[in-house]
Structure formats: structure tokens, C-alpha cells
Design a protein around this ligand. Structure first.
Ligand SMILES: [Zn+2]
Length: 586
């Protein structure tokens, strides 16, 4: 068992001469592709030529890609030590080369999407293009909203000044803020803005009340800047949508995620209609915490009890046992990860926080980053990120142009495995207090992924609509709107306080536009799959089939193939029923 990333799987060291050789080879491969297809546009007329072109594109993706390996190497080094300026500089240099190459090659996808409507079916029905059918469908679908190569370049070039700089300004200003809080021994301690959650979630009321005062003060200081920032970002989006004649603000998200607007609409509507579930949960939570009402900032405080300790090897064993029970193939994949050094387990100085699973190219190793802290949470994180890893490996059954998966499907495998591990832990627990704390944690997490994200979605929808109607939204207006949507799912057991009024300032997802629904859809689909497997273990083949499909089909079609209809309200309702069952137990 190796507990650190073995980046030697990529290069010997930062000075390995192979790095430059790979950059040169990748540049050569991209340029040779561009040379072949830039002037010869036969592939937009003749399906047989397109087949050949796509095969070449697939080959490029499966080999060097666009500087895949060098970029990946320095990205991973950067994750392990964010303070190393030398690594950052190298990463920037290679990224610059990458962006240049992307600009040179983007004509290819653009031209495909511009194949005239009358000719599209000829391409879609061509036998040799069968493996790329869905990819072409996707491309044709988005073409309506794609502008000319030149116009797209202008949008690309100006997006930094009209969008990213605004967003980065706010996040960076906030992240630099320092404040004094009390730690668990009630001693004063200076922390940075992004470290606040630990103190807001403290089981000691003194600690969290003290922390929120400081937090509110900083947020209030920056609310005016946030007001300008969010109005600019909303305007930038409106300009782009108007120019492209896009009818609804969330449509670009749906197209990019390969999901129909009607599916998202049904999901959002069904979850919203069931907000009474979460309102009941917060009422129960306040009761269990012995108060009438919770502050908005207190909604994440765990109940005392779930304080078991899991050192990494023991936690990993539990995960492996659960995975093996589901299917030996899952354990096999995790085993390989462990043997090769594809997990980086413990926190260290300069290492990035949180956890993730990443991959860039089918022929390069998948890497999983953890910050294991011996708690229940950390065990679930291993399961979650390993779930992403298993999905990534199984999707490699498809070719290099189809071995990814859209955001709308990204959180299914991860939460599927996470929930099974939690069930395993519950099975081994007999202490009532501990069971209660685990149940509470589970409902809390599900609520945060499903109901809260849908409330966010509703807020975003109204935010964009109102901006388009009024032209400018004041900070008071935005705070009122945000509180309206938070109270809708939290109910009367959670107070509208200053922390709620400031709640929109720092949520980075609101700047990524309508991304949030994917947490809800992912977890609810995952719950449906869990139920299938709990009903009959043999149904695990369907879960595997889903993961092996990569991006060859839209989610709607994919799940139809295994008997799940995600366009139906009842489907989403079933997942919500599972949470109700947990709530009744609590
Ligand atoms: Zn995830």
C-alpha cells in the first residue's frame, strides 16, 4: 500500500529532458493534424472523410493529446505544494503553449458543428461514424449557438477581463482576509477567511457565535464589491446570451451537460415541491440540539456522537470490503490504485485542501488526492473519490473521444459507493447515540446536495431573470432574494440572520451559472441505482453498464436502457422518498 502519489509514473523529475521532448512531440502532432484538415474541408461534406478525420482526432487524444502529460505532471506537483513558485511558473509556461495549440485546432470541432442541417442525417446514419454518433448529435445541437471562428475568438480573449477578473478579484480579496476566532479551548486564534467553516461547525456554541461575528463583519465589508461584481457577471452573461440568441439563461449549461431542459425542469420542480422534507429535518435538528431555532451559520453543526476514529489502512479496508461485496472488479481497480501510488493520503504543508479524483488522458494514471483525518468523514471521502476513479477506469471501455462523462453524470458513481460504505458502517454500529449522529450526518449531506442545490438553482434563475428585467440589482435586493429561497427549503427552524443575508457573497457556484442542479440529479439517480442493487444484487451489472458507457449516450437515453426514466416526476420522487425514510428513523 503506497500512501503518496508516485509521480514517477509520469516523469523522473522536474528536470527530466523527456518533458520538453513531449511538449515538442505534442506540438508536432497537433500541427500535423491542423495541416491535414485546415484547408481540406472534405470532412464536412463526405462522411467517409469525417470518419478518417475523427479517427485521427481520437488517436491524437489517446497519445500526446495537447501537452497532456507535461501539464498533468506540473498540475499534480502544484497540488502537492502550492507554495512552490517554480512549479507554478512552469505550469503557466506549458499552459500558454496549450492555449495556443487549442486555438489553432478549434476550427475542426467548429466546422463539424456547422455541417448544414439538411446534411446532418447523412452523417448521423453513416455506418462508419456510428461510434461518434452521439458526439456528432451534441455538436450539431450546440451549433445553433456557436458563432464564427473569429467571433468566438473575441469572446475567448475578452472573457478574462469581462468575467474571470471580476470573479477572481472577489474570491482573492476574501481569501486574503484574516480574522480572530476562538478555538475549542476558547483561546484566541488568527485564521484566514477560508478556514472559517471548522469554527462555524463547532459543537461549542461559544466558538461558532464568536466566529460568525467576525465572519459577518468581513462579508459586510465586501458586500458592495460583491454587488458590482455579480451585476457585471450577470450582464456579461446576458450580453453573450442575447448575442447568441439563447432563450433561457440555463440553456448553455444544459447543452454543455448533455441534458435536456425538460429533465432539469422536472427535477427542480419535483424537489421544490418536496421542500417540506427538509423543513421537517431542520425542525428535528433544532430539537436535537435543544434550541427553538438555528442560526443560518449553524445548519452544518454535527450532532455529538459520531466521533469514531478510522486510521487510513483500516478505513481503506472497510472501503475495499464494501466494494468487493458489490463486485470484485471494483476492489481490483482500487487495489491497482493503491499498489501504484495513485492515492495521496495525508495533509502536508503546501498541499491543496479537500479531496478530488482527476485524470487527463486514458493512458495516464488517474490520481486521487485525500486529506485523511481519521474521522468518519474521511472514510466516506475515500469511498467517494474512489467511486470517481472506478467510473473513470470503466469508461475507458469507450474510445478516446467517448471515454469522459458529462457533469450531469459525474456525481452518480461517487455517491453510490459512498452510501454503500455508510450503510456498512451503520451495520457495524450498535450505540444509539452514534447511530443518531450518523443518520443526522447522512440526511444533512443529502439535503445539502439535493434540496439546497435546488434552492440555489431557483435563486439563480430569479437572479438572472430579475437582472434582465431591471438592469441592476442592489445588494439589499439580492440578499432579500437569497433569503427568500433559503427559507423556502430551511423553514422556520432556521433564522433569517446576517449570515443568511450575506450568504450569496462567497458562493463560487453562482458564478459558474446553473451548475448546482448536477449535484441533485447525480445523487437522486445514484439513490435509484442503490435501490436497484439493494433489491437484487445482480442489478450491479446495470451500474457497471452505466459507468462503462462513458459519454456515448445522453443521460436520458443511457438510463432508459436500464429501465430508468429520468423525464418522469415519479422517478425523482422515489429518491426523495429514500431520504424521508431516513428522516423517520431520525
Ligand atoms: Zn465528487
Amino acid at each position: 500500500m503506497i500512501e503518496k502519489w508516485n509521480l514517477k509514473l509520469l516523469y523522473k523529475s522536474e528536470t527530466d529532458p523527456q518533458i520538453q521532448k513531449d511538449i515538442d512531440l505534442s506540438t508536432k502532432n497537433v500541427r500535423s493534424f491542423v495541416k491535414t484538415w485546415k484547408t481540406n474541408k472534405e470532412y464536412t461534406k463526405d462522411p467517409a472523410v469525417l470518419e478518417k478525420a475523427l479517427q485521427e482526432s481520437e488517436k491524437l487524444s489517446a497519445t500526446t493529446g495537447i501537452c497532456d502529460k507535461p501539464i498533468y505532471y506540473f498540475m499534480m506537483l502544484n497540488e502537492l505544494d502550492q507554495t512552490d513558485a517554480n512549479i507554478k511558473a512552469r505550469l503557466n509556461q506549458i499552459t500558454e503553449i496549450y492555449t495556443k495549440l487549442v486555438n489553432e485546432i478549434q476550427f475542426f470541432d467548429l466546422n463539424i458543428s456547422k455541417i448544414p442541417k439538411a446534411k446532418q442525417s447523412k452523417f448521423l446514419n453513416y455506418e462508419g461514424l456510428k461510434p461518434y454518433k452521439h458526439l456528432l448529435e451534441q455538436s450539431f445541437l450546440s451549433s445553433k449557438y456557436i458563432l464564427s471562428d473569429k467571433e468566438e475568438k473575441v469572446f475567448n480573449l475578452t472573457s478574462k477581463t469581462s468575467y474571470s477578473n471580476w470573479v477572481n478579484m472577489l474570491t482573492e480579496l476574501l481569501s486574503k482576509q484574516k480574522m480572530v476566532v476562538l478555538d475549542d479551548e476558547l483561546k484566541e486564534k488568527e485564521i484566514t477567511y477560508n478556514e472559517i467553516n471548522k469554527y462555524l461547525d463547532s459543537q461549542n456554541k461559544k466558538v461558532r457565535d464568536y466566529a460568525v461575528k467576525e465572519y459577518n463583519q468581513i462579508n459586510s465589508q465586501y458586500v458592495e464589491i460583491a454587488e458590482f461584481e455579480i451585476n457585471s457577471v450577470l450582464e456579461d452573461k446576458k450580453i453573450s446570451d442575447d448575442y447568441r440568441k439563447i432563450s433561457r439563461p440555463d440553456l448553455t449549461r444544459h447543452i454543455a451537460d448533455d441534458i435536456e431542459s425538460e429533465v432539469v425542469d422536472t427535477l427542480v420542480k419535483t424537489v421544490t415541491e418536496n421542500f417540506d422534507v427538509t423543513r421537517a429535518y431542520y425542525k428535528r435538528k433544532a430539537e436535537l440540539m435543544g434550541v427553538k431555532q438555528l442560526g443560518y451559520y449553524e445548519r452544518n453543526v454535527p450532532l455529538p456522537g459520531a466521533s469514531m476514529k478510522y486510521e487510513f489502512p483500516e478505513a481503506m479496508k472497510l472501503v475495499q470490503k464494501t466494494f468487493k461485496n458489490l463486485d470484485p472488479k471494483f476492489e481490483e481497480i482500487v487495489d491497482t490504485f493503491l499498489r501504484n501510488g495513485q492515492y495521496d493520503v495525508y495533509p502536508s504543508k503546501g498541499k491543496t485542501g479537500g479531496a478530488f479524483c482527476t485524470s487527463i488522458n486514458r493512458n495516464l494514471p488517474t490520481f486521487i488526492l485525500l486529506n485523511h483525518k481519521d474521522q468518519l468523514e474521511s472514510v466516506l471521502t475515500i469511498a467517494h473519490e474512489s467511486g470517481h476513479g472506478i467510473h473513470t477506469e470503466l469508461a475507458k471501455k469507450q474510445d478516446a473521444l467517448n471515454d469522459g462523462y458529462p457533469t450531469s453524470l459525474a456525481e452518480i458513481a461517487s455517491t453510490f459507493f459512498e452510501d454503500f460504505v455508510l450503510t456498512e458502517i451503520l451495520k457495524e454500529t450498535t450505540d444509539e447515540k452514534v447511530i443518531q449522529a450518523i443518520l443526522d450526518k447522512k440526511i444533512h449531506d443529502d439535503t445539502a446536495s439535493i434540496f439546497r442545490q435546488v434552492a440555489f438553482y431557483n435563486f439563480e434563475t430569479e437572479l438572472h431573470d430579475d437582472f434582465r428585467e431591471k438592469g441592476f440589482l442592489t445588494k439589499e435586493y439580492i440578499s432579500d432574494l437569497f433569503c427568500k429561497h433559503m427559507k423556502a427549503y430551511l423553514g422556520d427552524a432556521v433564522k433569517e440572520d446576517e449570515s443568511m443575508r450575506n450568504g450569496w457573497i462567497y458562493v463560487s457556484h453562482f458564478r459558474r451559472f446553473f451548475y448546482v442542479y448536477s449535484y441533485a440529479s447525480g445523487l437522486l439517480i445514484s439513490k435509484a441505482l442503490q435501490k436497484m442493487v439493494k433489491d437484487d444484487k445482480k442489478n450491479i451489472v446495470y451500474v457497471k453498464r452505466f459507468m462503462e458507457s462513458g459519454s456515448t449516450q445522453s443521460p436520458k437515453e443511457l438510463f432508459k436502457g436500464i429501465g430508468i426514466d429520468i423525464t418522469k416526476k415519479e422517478f425523482w420522487k422515489n429518491g426523495i422518498e429514500e431520504i424521508k425514510t431516513l428522516l423517520n428513523k431520525l
